[in-house]
Design a protein around this ligand. Structure first.
Ligand code: PEP
Ligand code: MN
Length: 365
């Protein structure tokens, strides 16, 4: 088992649930000061202040971050709020500059987590320090890649670690900027005992509305904190203008969330309800996947029709049965269950393709 230090043991006086707030990007000393003053006036002091200094932008030409100069402005945060500061690092040079400027915690962004070379480079640059590192999930839903990045930091002796769930890029589902996958952070917490996962509703939702709902969901799933982009004038922010909230709104969101810890809940029914909610969500995912699978099956049907291939192809079927059953057994599912499941899916696939064929022949006649 990998041992790491949980957030409360980072030596920064932090306790859960961790609330990280601050702008997507540091823009000017005035902007940083205004945000801090509004946080103070609204009495909504986060556990940690975030600010993007180097911004990984999808397309060139947008604001790519203020760079090292912005780190000097973090003194303003210390002066007004006296809370730890966290920034994103995307390469070894960023990591060195962050260390030189006494940043308290660094995080690795989703676009960096996908690249093991970049992650290793950052880990090597931070080696020998004990700076806490938070790792956002990669852009694609790959738990191994996410775990792998955490392992690279752990392997160089950095033990103050946490993960951040910011959702996954999805070309089809336009409800989210980055689609959440609640089973993945829950799985990470199971396989890496004690690993805390902060939720980032801002990058999941991509707009101001819905941040409360996703934050509440994250708490219901037992995640350990929230990272919410906060700006005094969100509409005029230099990056992610649509999703940032004012300190006033942040306060309302935090006041509305029920922060009970589901898995440590004292009432057994509460725990059962939370677990059932998790099952409901997983079933939704299962149905989405089945829907997607049958859509592909329909495309295969059309292709077979066009090329006068038979609907049932025994070699392919044998291969699917064997390989999936084997994979299922490795995942602790019984062979009998796997076979029944696959027969039932296959039967439905054949029926759909035969129905398609009958319909197209009826049209021809
Ligand atoms: C950010 O936190 O501003 C950011 C760029 O996030 P992500 O890496 O999740 O896209
Ligand atoms: Mn952002």
């Amino acid at each position: 088992m990998k041992t790491h230090k949980q957030i409360k043991d980072w030596g920064l006086g932090l306790s859960g649930p961790l609330i990280i707030a601050g702008p997507c990007s540091a823009e000017s000393p005035e902007q940083i000061e205004k945000i801090c003053i509004e946080m103070k006036e609204e009495n909504v002091i986060p556990s940690m202040f975030r600010a993007g200094i180097w911004k990984p932008r999808t397309r060139p030409g947008s604001f790519e971050g203020i760079g090292e100069e912005g780190l000097k402005w973090m003194e303003i945060v210390r002066h007004h709020l006296n809370i730890p500061i966290t920034v994103e690092v995307g390469n070894a040079a960023h990591a060195e500059i962050a260390l030189r400027n006494k940043v308290d915690v660094v995080w690795v962004g989703a676009r960096t987590t996908v690249n093991p070379f970049a992650v290793q480079e950052i880990a090597d640059a931070l080696k020998g320090t004990d700076i806490p590192v938070m790792v956002k999930n990669p852009m694609n839903p790959d738990l191994d890649l996410w775990m792998g990045a955490l392992e690279r930091f752990h392997a160089v002796g950095l033990t103050k670690l946490a993960a951040i769930h910011r959702g996954f890029s999805d070309a089809y589902d336009k409800r989210f900027r980055n689609k959440p996958n609640w089973s993945m952070p829950m799985h990470l917490k199971r396989v890496w005992t004690g690993m805390e996962v902060i939720n980032d509703p801002s990058h999941i939702v991509g707009k101001r509305d819905g941040i409360l709902e996703i934050s509440q969901k994250a708490m219901n799933f037992g995640l350990d904190g929230l990272m919410i982009e906060t700006h005094h004038d969100p509409d005029n922010a230099w990056s992610d203008a649509k999703q940032q909230v004012t300190p006033k709104r942040l306060k309302e969101i935090l006041a509305a969330i029920d922060f009970k810890k589901p898995l440590e809940s004292e009432q057994p029914n509460e725990r059962l309800n939370d677990l059932r909610r998790a099952v409901d969500h997983l079933d939704d995912q299962l149905l989405d996947i089945l829907q997607e699978r049958f859509a592909v099956i329909d495309q295969i049907g059309a292709h077979k029709r066009e090329h006068h291939l038979s609907v049932f192809q025994s070699d392919r079927w044998k291969d699917v049965m064997e390989s999936r059953t084997q994979k299922g057994v490795q995942k602790n599912l019984s062979e009998k269950f796997m076979k029944e499941l696959l027969y039932s899916i296959h039967e439905e696939s054949v029926k759909r393709q035969e129905k398609q064929l009958r319909e197209s022949e009826a049209v021809k006649k």
